[in-house]
Design a protein around this ligand. Structure first.
Ligand SMILES: [Fe+2]
Ligand SMILES: [Fe+2]
Length: 212
């Protein structure tokens, strides 16, 4: 079926995505990369630390969903919109895997997920309103920052937590590909101070989401 979606259709699809993302009922299409790693018993402090890091990553994926869906809502070109929604689909896998791992670690997603989603959707839509070059530039910058952040988390995870590590490694490879694809589609380089502001916002998010 290939009918054109009306603005109301799109709004309803976005609302459905928001609810699924925020309330955690999303399904991964790919198997969890950590499933073949043996579950090592972590001590309490290690478990809490791993859960804090995985909660941050889960929030990162909530934000990624919201950013891309927000950007897609205002994208002018159908190709750009398709690209954004495809990237969002892979982020759904990340979201589901992080949620699985949080459950295994006896923890929970951030209580502030509705706030993270709403603010990221607004930022995505604002970025998208500047035009498709900006839209794609925003994807490249986001994904590059996430890639660097995942590198840090890979260092910070408890040594024995190979299940979380396997998830983050697959995510990192996906994020790098998302950035490369957006670059190839004609992303423009975001001018200062936007990348710095984005990094500051995500630093604040990480500090809060580690705990709440
Ligand atoms: Fe992701
Ligand atoms: Fe991504």
């Amino acid at each position: 079926m290939n009918r054109t979606l009306t603005p109301l259709d799109r709004l309803l699809i976005d609302a459905q995505n928001a609810l699924g993302t925020v309330f955690g009922n999303v399904r991964a299409q790919r198997a969890n990369p950590g499933r073949d790693e043996a579950e090592i018993v972590l001590d309490d402090e290690e478990r809490r630390h791993a859960a804090g890091l995985m909660r941050v990553n889960h929030v990162g994926e909530v934000c990624a969903q919201a950013l891309y869906v927000g950007q897609a809502a205002v994208a002018r070109d159908a190709g750009t919109r398709k690209h954004l929604l495809e990237a969002a689909q892979e982020e759904t896998d990340h979201l589901a895997w992080c949620a699985d791992r949080l459950r295994e670690l006896d923890s929970r997603p951030s209580l502030l997920n509705p706030v993270w989603y709403a603010s990221s959707y607004a930022i995505g839509a604002l970025a998208g309103l500047r035009g498709d070059g900006w839209n794609l530039g925003f994807v490249v910058e986001t994904e590059r920052q996430v890639e660097a952040h995942l590198d840090q988390h890979l260092q910070q995870l408890p040594e024995a937590d190979n299940r979380s590590r396997a998830i983050l490694e697959t995510m990192k490879a996906d994020e790098a590909r998302h950035a490369d694809n957006a670059q190839a589609q004609g992303a423009r380089i975001l001018p200062p101070p936007i990348p710095t502001l984005m990094a500051a916002a995500s630093k604040l998010m990480k500090a809060i989401a580690y705990r709440v």
